[in-house]
Each structure stands twice: as C-alpha cells, then as structure tokens.
Design a protein around this ligand. Sequence first.
Ligand SMILES: [Zn+2]
Length: 95
Amino acid sequence: MNDEADNALLCHRCGAVLRPGAGNWYVVRVEAFADPTPPEIATDADPAETAAEIERLIEQMRHSSATDLAEQVYRRMTLHLCGRCYAAWIENPTG
Ligand SMILES: [Zn+2]
C-alpha cells in the first residue's frame, strides 16, 4: 500500500495531484441554503384551506428521508482546485 498515493490531494475538477505548500492551488468553500424568507400566508386565506395545505406539505415530507430534507435546505462543501481549474472556475462560477 502506498500511503503517499492514498493520501494525495487531488484537484476536484481535473484530478491533478496538489502538493501542500506548493502555493499553486486553491481551497473553495461552497455554502448553499434555501431561500430563508418565511412563506407568505395570505391574511384573508380560508383557515381550512391553510390547514389542508400544511397537511399536504407534511404528507409530502413523510416520503423524504431526513438526509434528503436536510440537503434540500442546506449544503456545504469544500473543493480543492489546481491553479488552472481555479482560474477557469472563478471567471465563470455559475457556468
Ligand atoms: Zn484542476
């Protein structure tokens, strides 16, 4: 078993080996969360309709795993990118 190869840090985009201390690669932290604004509830809504809508949403959630629900709300990840991949990514991060 080759420890060096097993522990190698690789560029998440192209797979290039990244050498700690070389100063030519980047750590990119991504944090994504769902719209934090509370949902709008019409003040003149029929309470029976509102209760039915809440029931419908709860029923929908019953069919999702806790992990799925958590991932729909919040994701955080750390990416390692070589200098070349970083330069391409930072110019067009949503591309
Ligand atoms: Zn790369």
